[in-house]
Design a protein around this ligand. Sequence first.
Ligand code: PBG
Length: 326
Amino acid sequence: MSPVVRPRRLRTTPAMRRLVAETRVHPAQLVLPLFAREGATEPVPISSMPGQVQHTRDSLRAAVVEAAEAGVGGVMLFGVPATRDATGSCATDPAGVLATAVRDVVAEVGDALVVQADLCLDEFTDHGHCGVLAADGTVDNDATLVRYGDMAVVLAEAGAHLLGLSGMMDGQVAAVRGALDDAGHADTALLGYAAKYASAFYGPFREAVESTLVGDRRTYQLDLANRREGLREALLDIEEGADVVMVKPAGSYLDVLADVAGTSPVPVWAYQVSGEYAMVAAAAAHGWIDRRAVVTEQVTGIVRAGADAVLTYWATELAGWLREAM
Ligand code: PBG
């Protein structure tokens, strides 16, 4: 006997499939991470992230204009300084590479998209950790919070609309909120990298920012085995005043993302990180997978799991594909 219930009816034509699609990705929910390199006169290709570069001041402006024209919702800026020291001094220098990049980008496209900056010390410290070190070599949580507060004020003064707290120190959202409010920056939004896992998928990023890290970040980033703890971190960040929370990386942590999205009263974002990018870029370069199809599938999967927005190095290109498909 032939079946009466035929789910295939809803898959018969492109128009039908479009009408019943449960998930749609829009360019406005994409955020493009970008690297600004101090003193660069030419864009420097990042070999482990084909298609991505460390930007000069000019090429950075061109990239954000392109992103804005594609309808991308925001950019997330990272700085690659020329010099590093134990406390990451350049991070709190108003003339430093990241604050300069923020000012340049705000001046160029400040009304067209949300200008965001990474708030962390790892690019700026000579030891490569996300905070300052105690005498015994461990990362000093509370001394780091003071540095984050100072860095936040510098970046807010440069005009950043939103700061991404990616350092995974306990209490960082509350500390930075307090520092910003005291300095008169109550409107600067905070993205808590709430559930940021100690992940091998960050490998290519370390080349991108020329990280000097020896060892790992397992004493502050989450253990990849833990699902419940991801939700706990998100709830803590929300309690501390995070305006948005993040799950990172995205692809291997969709369970955590779904948990957080199911509970969070604030927007939940996810970061498709450098290693996720590099693997697709490499396989596509061999002709082993269809890049456009795979990127679309991955980002749709991340949104389907519950992300309200996605940080992805493909943001501009994907925005173009999405427009074509509209
Ligand atoms: C740390 C930071 C990292 C990334 C974003 N912010 C690296 C790390 O924690 O080691 C990784 C992003 C990516 O891999 O694309 N400030």
